[in-house]
Design a protein around this ligand. Structure first.
Ligand SMILES: [Zn+2]
Length: 187
């Protein structure tokens, strides 16, 4: 459990949520639109415009096309489910579990996050985030609540593996509150 400065003990700065969103952003960057992204990420850049009926057996071509359509369809389904935090089957066939609100930091947290944002509000914010259902909107949301701070100046000769520091916030009807990473994230 968190005993002292929760930020100081964090080596991996971004939470599962941020990692997940960032991963998807890098995937999305491969293509200009959602549909073409799905196609390119599923088929490794196969040219959709290639008319295989001109160069091969028509029966095989139809099968090939059908398989590609099925793959693209499965890929789109998985993507849609992933974007809203539901369980899905990855491209490698791995079953990825549904996103759930984790326990958080508990009473030992020095920020007392649970007394600032109650569990119901936390649940609500979690669902609101996943209901955005779109990487861009989720990124926009995170940009508003996860703020990067400049690294504190270290003494001469002191070495630190810590490169970035983040502040995590939750917003509710009463305002914006800084919380610890454990409370904010999914770990
Ligand atoms: Zn906390």
């Amino acid at each position: 459990m968190v005993k002292s400065d929760s930020y100081g003990s964090i080596k991996t700065i971004l939470s599962d949520i941020v990692d997940n969103v960032m991963n998807r952003i890098s995937i999305a960057a491969e293509g200009p639109s959602l549909s073409s992204t799905a196609a390119s990420s599923c088929h490794g850049g196969d040219s959709a415009s290639t008319d295989v009926s001109l160069i091969g057996n028509p029966i095989q071509s139809n099968r090939g096309r059908k398989r590609r359509r099925e793959d693209a369809w499965k890929c789109n389904i998985a993507k849609a489910r992933r974007n809203v935090g539901k369980d899905y089957v990855s491209k490698k066939g791995k079953h990825v579990r549904e996103r759930k609100v984790k326990a958080g930091c508990g009473i030992v947290c020095r920020r007392k996050c649970h007394s600032v944002i109650n569990q119901g509000e936390r649940q609500h914010l979690f669902h609101r985030f996943w209901q955005l259902g779109c990487v861009d909107k989720q990124r926009e949301y995170l940009n508003g609540v996860v703020i990067e701070r400049k690294k504190k100046v270290t003494k001469v000769g002191e070495t630190s593996r810590r490169k970035r520091t983040y502040q995590w916030h939750f917003k509710n009807s009463k305002g914006t509150f800084e919380v610890c990473k454990k409370f904010f994230g999914t770990r």
